[in-house]
Design a protein around this ligand. Structure first.
Ligand SMILES: Nc1nc2c(ncn2[C@@H]2O[C@H](COP(=O)(O)OP(=O)(O)O)[C@@H](O)[C@H]2O)c(=O)[nH]1
Ligand SMILES: [Mg+2]
Length: 282
């Protein structure tokens, strides 16, 4: 399945981030814990090469602790500052403010010597739907930015001030203009970082079921009370349609509803806590 989604507003967003780079002291790079590697956008390298970076494995509530630990270890091993976050329920504000202050100690000292009362400014970046706006709202303790469980909710730029001398800049998510690795593109589509409207739902569901033929197979089978994973795509659709009551008259499958159900089940964690990317695969 070829996935490409790089609308004009993403080019604009990247340009805006580049323009704002002079104004910020550091970058907060928000990744989805379910697919941290796929969430790394080479287009952000121009930003992360120039400023200190805090990687945030957001939505950590959606994955197993052991998988999360593996990713935290991976970043630490590569000398990168990385933390896990649950932006819906986490109380992470003080910790993150501290980390940002450590990360920016040199710049804070520079401001202090100059006698300037300046906040530390962080630009929050990431591919769509990783929870950038929710993360910021969580830190602020109020809904300062617009959020939504689909790609492309945040438009334009939004500065938000934290009380403790830290300011955050929310940005719209941006994907790579093209994917060299189809697997990464698929994982982003699975987690809702690619706008669903541009995806062929049935094809996406077929890819998802192919994923389950090799990973977390038992979770898939038990969700739909299937004994054994069918070998071909058609049989898989039929099995799920039967389980969910999506068979039409004459024994035909309602492909659209069946596909939608599989995708929604994945996004609602009905197959459990799944980490799609593994550090050892990099
Ligand atoms: N389970 C869970 N959901 C989250 C978390 N952070 C954000 N979300 C959800 O992810 C979706 C996208 O969030 P949003 O902040 O709009 O993402 P953005 O596009 O990166 O700004 C929303 O439905 C949020 O409720 C988290 O830590 N855990
Ligand atoms: Mg947003």
């Amino acid at each position: 399945m070829r996935i490409q989604w790089f609308p004009g507003h993403m080019t604009k967003a990247l340009r805006m981030m580049q323009d704002q780079l002079q104004q910020v002291d550091c970058i907060i790079y928000v990744l989805d814990s379910r697919a941290p590697f796929s969430c790394l956008n080479p287009k952000f390298d121009a930003l992360t090469d120039k400023k200190p970076v805090l990687y945030v494995l957001n939505k950590c509530d959606l994955v197993e602790r052991a998988d999360l630990e593996k990713w935290l270890g991976y970043f630490a091993k590569n000398g990168k500052k990385c933390i896990a976050a649950d932006s819906l329920n986490g109380k992470q504000r003080d910790n993150i403010v501290n980390i940002l202050k450590q990360l920016n100690a040199a710049v804070i000292e520079k401001y202090r010597l100059k006698g300037a009362k300046k906040s530390v400014r962080a630009m929050v970046v990431g591919v769509p739907n990783t929870g950038k706006s929710t993360f910021i709202n969580n830190l602020c303790g109020s809904k300062k930015t617009v959020t939504g469980n689909k790609a492309g909710v945040t438009r334009g730029k939004q500065w938000v001030s934290l009380a403790d001398g830290v300011e955050l800049l929310d940005t719209p998510g941006s994907l790579p203009p093209a994917f060299e690795d189809e697997k990464r593109a698929l994982h982003l589509a699975f987690i809702g970082s690619v706008k669903d409207d541009i995806l062929d739902t049935e094809e996406l569901a077929a890819e998802m079921m192919a994923y389950f033929a090799h990973n977390h197979t038992d979770a898939f089978l038990s969700r739909y009370s299937i004994d054994e994973m069918p070998h071909d795509v058609e049989e898989r659709f039929i099995a799920v349609a039967k389980a969910r009551g999506f068979m039409l008259s004459g024994g035909r499958v309602d492909y659209a509803r069946t596909a939608r159900a599989v995708i929604d089940d994945f996004r609602k964690q009905k197959f459990g806590r799944i980490t799609l990317d593994q550090p050892e695969e990099i």
